[in-house]
Design a protein around this ligand. Structure first.
Ligand code: SF4
Length: 235
């Protein structure tokens, strides 16, 4: 479940405001800074483009959350949910950008962030193959190419990193279809994965082809895969 708080090792709380595509206006940053100044100790910039207000005493958490909400921020993400969508500045700001990222990233964030799943799903979108948002190590990664957007699935970092595999190219003039592609990948994953499987683990177990068929709209749930997933989850 999407939530605001992360319990620190000293029992104090880190509070995570919702930030879309790693972008803030100066006013928004000032508002977060003010909440941190009143209730916390430091602000941590995470590798996933989140800010965490660290050092909030447990008895002041509600007050701090209310202050963030009053400043227009929603609940950030942690746990087994679709996490905040990570984005590079894309063609809007970067001289290397081949495709824009920010509007699409916001659309993906608003549609999917906070969805409860078997395991965390991390999504990243970059404006070119330099992939500054690390498309190849996201569960669902996207980067711009001259003709449009290339979609990868199954990447992850952590102790057993995996490289994402290319799933599809969506033409630039059909960019809104990316939302539908992500929806189909998540639907297939939700219906078929075990409790412990990230998307890359599911690809490793069943192969890549079922995801390709899912994205074509041909399959959502494969009973044999889902039954086996139950065993994976309970193992
Ligand atoms: S991925 Fe490309 S467009 Fe995005 S910041 Fe890096 S170089 Fe620029």
């Amino acid at each position: 479940m999407a939530r605001w708080e992360k319990v620190q090792n000293d029992g104090r709380i880190g509070i995570v405001p919702d930030i879309k595509v790693g972008m803030l206006t100066p006013g928004e940053l000032a508002a977060i800074t003010e909440v941190a100044r009143r209730f916390g100790e430091r602000i941590h910039l995470t590798a996933g483009q989140r800010l965490i207000i660290l050092g909030v005493p447990p008895e002041r958490v509600e007050e701090a959350k209310n202050a963030l909400q009053a400043a227009g921020f929603g609940v950030g993400t942690s746990g087994a949910v679709v996490r905040n969508v990570r984005a590079c500045p894309g063609k809007e700001y970067c001289k290397n950008g081949l495709q824009p990222t920010l509007d699409l990233g916001r659309q993906l964030h608003e549609r999917f962030t906070g969805w409860e799943l078997q395991r965390p799903v991390k999504i990243g979108i970059s404006g070119c193959p330099n992939s500054c948002s690390e498309a190849r190590t996201r569960d669902i990664g996207i980067y711009g190419v001259p003709s449009g957007y290339k979609v990868f699935i199954g990447g992850k970092g952590g102790m057993k990193p995996m490289d994402g595999r290319p799933l599809k190219i969506v033409k630039a003039d059909r960019a809104p279809e990316l939302v539908d592609v992500v929806q189909k990948v998540l639907d297939f994953y939700t219906a078929n994965a075990g409790k412990r499987e990230r998307i890359g683990d599911l690809v490793a177990r069943i192969g890549f082809e079922p995801f390709q068929e899912a994205v074509k709209g041909r399959v959502v749930m494969v009973p044999a895969i889902a039954a086996e997933a139950k065993a994976v989850g309970e193992a």
